[in-house]
Design a protein around this ligand. Structure first.
Ligand code: A2P
Length: 338
């Protein structure tokens, strides 16, 4: 059978990619409803070669819809996702609104699809940086347990949305042509710079993005003991987040074993031939759905230490693809539709 699907935030960077991924993966869509703010009414987007008008997201938008993929920000999700769920629609929400709600599953299908067994009509898609990290670390967690993670991210501007992609492009042009770069989205220029600042700063000195990586990793691994120290950095890259990940495992494991586990892991591609200059990079990961892992080596500063480099397309696996994969699991198990 096929399903009536809605995308809320269809005109945004992630919403647009959700439409593409539904198309590419042949998701059984009977009818696609595209929703955004009133500003976008009059626009049309294509799905399977057909033009579909964008409608205004409203309280009654979800009547008769089986599945809604939300990516219009946390406040929109907070308001509309419960209304959609009340109308019998299953929501996969890409915002941070419900991720840490204990009743709501936070799911990366390769890692914890089982958490989908019970949900109150809303399922949360994790933060982009968390998704690619847990995909890469899941085989290690299963094999030997993880005690501690120290991660630094190098995050693409597309994670902030379309307006940030435009801002980087405009700043590169401004600087190349000798003008002052204009900053609207970020507090400083992102062109030719790095900003150790993603999300608001909290009282503990970390940012919201850093604490998402701490809390979401614990929830997805169902391991509140796991210790995570994150530094999240915005870099002048359009698509693809990179992460330097140092892991301390509970039991010893060799680099060879880790490489073998990762080569067999779902959703992972190992690119690790450093002598041939083969390692993952955003320019190669962009446009792909896998999580790429390389630079697999010992962290010689602790007893059971490993160091990895993990790259993935933040708009795809970090957002749209993961959301569609969640919906695919619901379909496979017969949990979608009236
Ligand atoms: P719109 O294009 O009409 O503003 P991005 O993260 O790339 O900036 O995209 C955000 C998405 O969320 C866009 O599709 C945007 O629609 C949508 N959006 C933002 N605010 C609202 C709102 N209040 N109601 C509905 N959609 C919204």
């Amino acid at each position: 059978r096929s399903y009536r699907v809605a995308v809320a935030g269809a005109t945004g960077a992630v919403g647009n990619m959700m439409i593409r991924v539904l198309e590419e993966r042949g998701f059984p869509v009977e009818d696609l409803t595209l929703l955004a703010s009133s500003r976008s009414v009059g626009r049309e987007l294509t799905f399977r070669g057909r033009s579909i008008p964008v409608r205004e997201l409203r309280e009654d938008s979800f009547k008769g819809i089986d599945l809604a993929l939300f990516s219009a920000g946390a406040s929109v999700s907070r308001k509309f996702a419960p209304l959609a769920a009340r109308d019998g629609c299953v929501v996969v929400d890409n915002s941070s609104a419900f991720r840490m709600d204990p009743k709501i599953p936070l799911v990366v299908p390769e890692v914890n699809a089982h958490a989908l067994e019970s949900h109150p009509g809303i399922i949360a898609n994790p933060n982009c940086s968390t998704i690619q990290m847990v995909v890469a670390l899941k085989p290690i967690q299963d094999a030997v347990g993880i005690r501690r993670i120290v991660v630094t991210t190098f995050q693409a501007v597309s994670g902030t949305g379309k307006k940030a992609v435009d801002e980087l492009e405009a700043q590169v042009r401004d600087l190349a042509e000798g003008r002052q770069p204009r900053c609207k989205v970020y507090p400083y220029p992102i062109a030719f710079n790095c900003l150790p600042h993603i999300g608001a700063f909290l009282d503990n000195g970390y940012t919201e993005e850093e604490m998402k990586m701490v809390n979401e990793t614990r929830k997805i691994f169902e391991d509140p003991q796991i210790r995570v120290c994150a530094t999240t950095v915005r870099v002048p890259v359009y698509y693809g987040h990179s992460e330097s990940v140092a892991v301390e495992t509970r039991k010893p494991i060799s680099v060879e074993e880790v490489r073998n586990l990762l080569e067999r892991a779902p959703g992972v591609t190992v690119v690790d031939r450093p002598k041939e200059n083969a390692y993952p990079m955003p320019i190669h990961a962009a446009g792909k759905d896998d999580t790429f892992v390389g630079r697999i080596r010992r962290d010689e500063s602790v007893e059971n230490g490993l160091a990895l480099w993990v790259v993935s397309d933040n708009i795809r696996k970090g957002a749209a693809t993961n959301a569609v994969q969640i919906a695919e699991v619901l379909v496979e198990r017969g949990w979608l539709g009236f």
